[in-house]
Design a protein. Structure first.
Length: 255
């Protein structure tokens, strides 16, 4: 896999057919490995990766009938029905041992991702890499990163995408975690790694700086809101302590 600091370009044609969010996920999918796209929706990610030659075979999975039909139609139009299998299923339930080496889950909440991963036997299925892009704040992503060790995975790489629409700015974080714990290049070693991402912190850059400032502002609003509501419990204590850590890093970099 490539590092965020010096990423190799994705396989020819991958990025040109995908949104920046999906392209960032495509970069993290290991080359020459079969993969399952859980919650595939339109099936564009497996189609792009197979048609570019980066992966030999993909399984597109969704639990809703309409997305399945759309994905089927897209695969047929791309003439890839022998290389992209589309199936109706919930999470990893339809996978058999050895079917794929990589699992992608994107566009879901952290709770949904963890529920689907925890109920699957990832070791027996032979899953070596997880590529995860959850909806939600950095605080939600912290929960996801904290859960990876219990699943037997460590973070190897990450991607950050900034999407602006009018006055609104959204950030999408994609995480690649691998079973090879000793070979993982960016395991979480500090509390801020779990919140802001170890690979993203290592890379830095202007987009990451804006991302960190955005999350600091979000945390401050959360803390102020909890205090205004009279909250005195562990949630306020946790978010207050995290806010102090983020502010300490910001203060050091401004000196």
């Amino acid at each position: 896999m490539t590092s965020p600091a010096a990423a190799d370009p994705p396989a020819p044609g991958v990025s040109s057919r995908l949104t920046p969010r999906l392209a960032s996920i495509a970069e993290l999918v290991p080359a020459d490995q079969t993969f399952a796209d859980v919650g595939t929706d339109h099936g564009l990610l497996p189609i792009a990766l197979v048609s570019s030659g980066k992966v030999p075979f993909a399984i597109a999975i969704d639990n809703k009938e309409h997305p399945i039909q759309v994905a089927h139609n897209n695969v047929t139009r791309a003439h890839l029905h022998e290389h992209v299998s589309v199936c109706h299923g919930d999470g990893l339930d339809r996978l058999r041992p050895g079917d794929v080496q990589t699992v992608v889950m994107a566009g879901m909440g952290v709770g949904t991702i963890l529920r689907l991963l925890r109920r699957a036997d990832l070791l027996s299925l032979g899953i070596e890499t997880l590529v995860l892009q959850a909806n939600g704040s950095a605080y939600a992503h912290r929960t996801l990163r904290q859960a990876l060790p219990e699943l037997g995975f460590a973070i190897d790489d990450e991607r950050l995408v900034e999407q602006k629409s009018g006055r609104r700015t959204r950030y999408f974080v994609a995480i690649a975690a691998i079973r090879d714990l000793a070979g993982a290049r960016h395991p979480c070693t500090e509390e801020l790694d779990e919140f802001l991402g170890p690979a993203l912190r290592s890379c830095g850059g202007a987009v990451f700086k804006r991302f960190r400032e955005h999350q600091e502002s979000w945390l401050k609003n959360e803390v102020d809101g909890l205090r205004a509501s009279g909250e005195q419990g562990p949630l306020l204590a946790d978010k207050s302590a995290l806010l102090k850590l983020v502010q300490k890093v910001t203060d050091k970099q401004m000196m």
